[in-house]
Design a protein around this ligand. Structure first.
Ligand code: 13P
Ligand code: SF4
Length: 391
């Protein structure tokens, strides 16, 4: 989507203190009552999370949105692709609001529909005898989700990527012809794709990277035909800040520390880590660990700082001293939340995220296929044989 233009808020919202904003947000929330659900991603600031009716990773938030009945508004405290998915999964009448339109995701912007169609055509020409199943990470536009749905694939999140890939490798929504090779085209995060495929037992030489700026994605025909996974050349600018040497430094300075990272981190980091999984998986691991456990965590800093505050009985540090901040998630703050809620109280829907009906049709299919596939929240870093479904 690119960063959208967010209109400046009326001056009053920058003049109010946090305490005043909190009171006004609570009043608006109380007034809207059961009409409203506020969803908050784990990377949101504490001040925003305080007002979330439900906090979770992208998979849990999409499931929550799909399950909501009888509401009128979802205020999504997260980024644009999450609000789009909430719009797709909720009833047509439900209005989904993103408090700051500038809250995009640079990774999602790394794959657009034109590039996707071009890639698809080139792959069909090069590997026409194979069944190509497109899978997109949730961190993608509704247009890419729709493309994937229309071509027999599904969405995945970092919670369920392995299980979605197991499904896709059997042909996804299409039954392969006898003996037909199945190939996965994975958008847009090469790291999640590579880390998960490797954890399933696929060697790195069975994966190629597709650079949308180059003919055949920068590959030769032979390599494309041989590959089991074609990984789109996308990444998260926050998680790429974690480097393998950070794991080495932590191991040296804190020999008892466990390293847990998000699978958007590069392959070498995930390989050196003890555990890898979605934001919800990271939260679960910390919550169930005994007092005295030491953690170095490789993900967005707001989640890590929150876990450190909630678990003083454990020692929790950020895997590196880089500022691993998702600046777009950070755009959702108390003034924007207050502004969007107070407008709703007055019957004005600001910053509505609406997916057009054409895109919605197949994007719904792609998301519903994902929701129907069992299994979430498991580590991907450790080798498990191909064919083992994680539940
Ligand atoms: P989760 O699916 O783990 O919530 O991650 C979403 C995300 O954007 C991580 O950068
Ligand atoms: Fe996108 Fe990375 Fe921010 Fe997640 S952390 S929303 S992938 S930019």
């Amino acid at each position: 989507m690119g960063l959208n233009w967010q209109q400046p808020l009326p001056k009053i919202y920058s003049e109010l203190s946090d305490a005043e904003l909190r009171v006004r947000i609570q009043m608006a929330k109380d007034t809207l009552g059961k009409k409203l659900v506020i969803l908050g991603h784990h990377y949101q600031q504490d001040a925003v999370i305080d007002f979330a009716d439900f906090t979770g990773d992208s998979f849990e938030l999409s499931r929550k949105a799909a399950a909501e009945k009888g509401i009128e508004y979802v205020v999504f405290c997260g980024v644009h692709f999450m609000a789009e998915s909430a719009d797709i999964l909720t009833d047509e009448k439900v209005r989904v609001i993103l408090p700051d339109l500038g809250a995009g995701c640079s990774m999602a912007d790394m794959a657009n529909l034109d590039q996707t169609i071009e890639c698809w055509e080139q792959l069909q020409q090069t590997c026409g005898d194979q069944l190509i199943v497109p899978i997109t990470y949730m961190n993608s536009s509704a247009a890419i989700k729709s493309f994937v749905g229309e071509h027999g694939g599904a969405v995945c999140t970092s919670s369920n990527c392995r299980n979605v890939l197991e499904w896709a490798l059997k042909g996804g929504a299409t039954t392969p012809k006898p003996g037909q090779k199945v190939k996965i085209l994975f958008f847009p995060d090469q790291h999640l794709g590579r880390n998960t495929a490797h954890a399933m037992g696929y060697p790195l030489d069975k994966m190629v990277v597709w650079d949308p700026r180059q003919d055949l994605g920068g590959n030769n025909e032979r390599d494309l035909q041989d590959a089991d996974f074609v990984l789109w050349k996308g990444h998260c600018s926050v998680h790429q800040l974690f480097r393998p040497e950070h794991v080495d430094q932590v191991r040296k300075a804190h020999p008892n520390m466990k390293v847990i990272v998000h699978p958007e981190c590069q392959f070498d980091v995930v390989q050196k880590a003890d555990l890898a999984g979605s934001t919800a998986y990271i939260v679960q691991q910390v919550e169930k660990a005994p007092p005295g456990t030491e953690w170095a965590i490789g993900t967005e800093v707001h989640l890590i700082n929150r876990l450190a505050r909630q678990h003083p009985e454990q020692k929790i540090i950020v895997l590196s001293d880089c500022q691993c901040l998702c600046t777009t998630m950070y755009r959702i703050d108390l003034p924007h939340l207050c502004w969007s809620l107070e407008n709703l109280v007055e019957g004005k829907v600001m910053n509505e995220i609406k997916v057009d009906s054409n895109t919605r049709k197949w994007a719904t299919v792609a998301l519903e296929r994902m929701l129907a596939i069992k299994g979430t929240g498991n580590p991907i870093a450790k080798q498990q044989p191909v064919g083992t479904t994680v539940d």
